[in-house]
Structures are given as structure tokens and as C-alpha cells.
Design a protein around this ligand. Structure first.
Ligand code: COA
Length: 147
């Protein structure tokens, strides 16, 4: 498995993957707009370690130690082998907290985030395209035990 920061050259592939698994992430042009912002980060990953194809992507905003995951998607044929976990762990390195919104229509993603220690902290009505509500989830780094 390989995980790395994405670059401009990856945007067409990421947009094609997003079109397949997470259309709300948008086109290559709108992804480029998002990633032009100073807080934005793209992470990409794949199952192979040599000449890896991009099979997973994560777009996040980082402000100080706060991370917001905007989009996370894995190709259907590459799921349940830990790619999303690897991308999220890479993005979370150095973060103190992380928040995101996940659609009520994506129970698999909710299960994934709960498994990673995220808890539900609220809801946003009709947040997603098509009118689905969003569940707001948060992760906070665990304080080291004292002593
Ligand atoms: C949600 C998603 C990103 C998970 O990617 P993934 O690479 O398969 O996740 P991982 O392999 O790292 O999964 C780790 C754990 O998360 C949980 N999990 C992942 N997908 C799950 C699902 N569909 N149902 C239940 N639990 C799930 C499991 O506990 C899993 O461990 P296991 O395989 O040993 O049971 C992927 O299914 C996806 O792209 N979905 C469509 C897009 C989406 O919903 N994105 C999130 C909204 S931004």
C-alpha cells in the first residue's frame, strides 16, 4: 500500500475517481480551486507500492491543529483493505482534532468513522446535494495519561 500527498498532476485521476464514488467532490477544475486555498491538502493512495495507481483520495482543510475532512473516497474494488484508514491516519498526523460531515445516506462511511474514534456531535438538515441530512462527527486526540 502507498500513501502520498497528491499533486496537480493527480487531479484528473482523482476527479474521475470522485465521479465514480463521491460526485460531490466535484470536477478536476473545482478540486483545483479548492486545493488552491492555503489550508487545503490532497492525499492519494493505492494498494500497490510500486508504480501505484490512485485508488483512494482524501481532501482536507488544516488550520493549526484542526483538520476538516471534506471528501474521502476509495474505488469500489479497493475497499476494506485499509486504504481509507491509511489516508486518514496520514492526514491526522499532527492534528489535535478533526471534524467532518457525512451524509445519513452513507452508513458505511459512518461505520468507518466511528471505528476510527469519531463521535456524532450534531446534524445539519438538508446539507447534501439531493437534500440528505448530514451527521457532524468529531475526533479529538486522546490526552496522554498523567503521571
Ligand atoms: C467509507 C470508505 C471511504 C471506506 O474506505 P475503505 O478503504 O474501504 O476503509 P478501510 O478499509 O480503511 O476500513 C476500515 C474499517 O472501517 C469500517 N468500514 C469501512 N467500510 C465499511 C462499510 N461499508 N460498512 C461497515 N463498516 C465499514 C470497518 O470497520 C473496516 O474494517 P474491516 O474491513 O476490518 O471491517 C469507502 O467505503 C468509500 O469510499 N465509500 C464511498 C464514499 C464515501 O462514503 N465517503 C465518505 C464520505 S466523505
Amino acid at each position: 500500500m502507498s500513501v502520498r500527498r497528491g499533486a496537480e498532476a493527480d487531479l484528473e485521476r482523482v476527479a474521475a475517481l470522485a465521479g465514480e464514488v463521491l460526485p460531490e467532490a466535484g470536477s478536476a477544475a473545482s478540486l483545483a480551486d479548492t486545493l488552491a486555498g492555503p489550508a487545503a491538502e490532497l492525499w492519494v493512495g493505492g494498494r500497490e507500492t510500486e508504480e501505484p495507481a490512485i485508488e483512494a483520495f482524501l481532501v482536507a482543510l488544516r488550520v493549526g491543529t484542526e483538520l476538516e475532512v471534506l471528501w474521502l473516497g476509495v474505488a469500489p474494488g479497493a475497499r476494506r483493505v485499509g486504504l481509507a484508514t491509511a489516508l486518514l491516519e496520514s492526514a491526522l498526523a499532527g492534528a489535535g482534532s478533526c471534524h467532518l460531515e457525512v451524509s445519513v445516506a452513507r452508513p458505511g462511511a459512518q461505520a468507518f468513522y466511528r471505528e476510527r474514534g469519531f463521535v456524532e456531535v450534531g446534524r445539519r438538515r438538508a446539507y447534501h446535494p439531493g437534500g440528505d441530512d448530514a451527521i457532524r462527527m468529531q475526533w479529538v486526540v486522546e490526552a496522554a495519561p498523567e503521571g
